[in-house]
Design a protein. Structure first.
Length: 230
């Protein structure tokens, strides 16, 4: 990549139980700033959601990403951040937002028993969505509540067991919420330091808040500034 050639193409990967809709505000901000932003929906394999594995999602991410012209950036949130790591070799910049960590940091997250299909759509409740998004307005909470989807337990078990990854050679930024019950910000900061990545603390008090909270547009602008400076 030429030092004078700016990054203008971006792929955004959503987290577990979510979808491309999580990136609506980010795509608006990035496109207004001159970026060609794409946010695909991760898809279950033909064998069904329970048979879908981490590598199936990672292959979808790579296939979508390599279609973008270079220079290009990959942005992932939560599970999407972990899914971005196997594709980092094809990126000119990497942004991970409250990402599920790879090994060895994954071992320090609370262990959970994941069923073959995690029924986040079936069991969705507006009240629990509000609790998960304390920094979102009522309309956003309702929008999210109607769109949560079920997830592959196999994918989440693989993430919990720890995905092997190495520090990417491209410029990297890890964003951590000020408060996050799923991925502690201190763990993300430690990971960023170990990999020599930039680290940005977002004011959000929740795991998904950087994408859906009231400060989402401002944070997207800060990330756009970081990308423009690469």
């Amino acid at each position: 990549m030429s030092a004078r050639e700016p990054i203008r193409h971006v792929l955004l990967i959503h987290g577990a139980g979510g979808g491309a809709w999580e990136w609506n505000r980010w795509c608006e901000v990035l496109r207004a700033r001159g970026f060609d932003a794409h946010a695909p929906d991760l898809q279950a394999t033909d064998a069904g959601l329970a048979a879908t594995g981490f590598d199936d999602y990672a292959a979808q991410v790579r296939a979508a990403f390599v279609r973008l012209p270079r220079p290009r950036a990959l942005i992932g949130a939560s599970l999407g951040g972990l899914l971005a790591l196997p594709c980092a070799d094809a990126a000119d910049a990497l942004v991970l937002i409250n990402p599920l960590p790879p090994a060895p940091w994954a071992a320090r997250l609370p262990a959970r028993a994941w069923p073959p299909i995690v029924p986040w759509h079936r069991d969705a409740r507006l009240a629990s969505t509000r609790r998960a998004l304390p920094d979102a307005d009522e309309a956003t909470a309702l929008y999210a509540y109607r769109r949560w989807r079920d997830e592959s337990g196999a994918v989440l078990r693989a993430a919990q067991d720890g995905i092997a990854a190495v520090a990417p050679s491209c410029a990297s930024l890890l964003v951590a919420s000020a408060q996050d019950e799923d991925v502690p910000p201190e763990l993300t900061a430690e990971w960023a330091a170990a990999w020599g990545a930039d680290c940005l603390r977002a004011p959000s008090p929740s795991h998904v808040g950087p994408l859906l909270g009231r400060g989402a547009a401002e944070l997207a602008g800060r990330v756009a500034d970081w990308l423009s400076a690469r």
